[in-house]
Design a protein around this ligand. Structure first.
Ligand code: ZN
Length: 99
């Protein structure tokens, strides 16, 4: 059973002019907005939270995390979305954590 995916850093690349022109965060730390990731360990902002699969009741596998984009597209307070899945049941769950 696949329980852990090797870590990948995801680099957000703008796909059009509108995306290229989005202003960056005004006040956030440098790292914020660049924490997109596939696999590895979730970089939880609050306490660790690993969801349980609603079907098989086992801990789900961390699939990845998506960061806030800028002050306009911000997840709560500079938060992130964490995505988990169960490879056996094809269930997924996402959670949000923020400062
Ligand atoms: Zn399951």
């Amino acid at each position: 059973m696949k329980n852990k995916i090797p870590p990948f850093k995801l680099i957000a690349e703008p796909l059009n002019e509108e995306a290229k022109k989005l202003p960056p965060f005004k006040w956030a730390d440098d790292e914020i907005g660049k924490r997109h990731q596939l696999g590895g360990k979730p970089q939880f902002i609050q306490n660790a939270e690993i969801p349980i699969c609603p079907e098989c009741k086992k801990q789900m596998t961390f699939y990845g995390q998506l960061d806030s984009i800028n002050d306009e597209f911000i997840i709560a307070d500079c938060g992130m979305i964490y995505v988990f899945l169960c490879f056996e049941c094809n269930e997924s769950k996402s959670i949000i954590q923020s400062y």
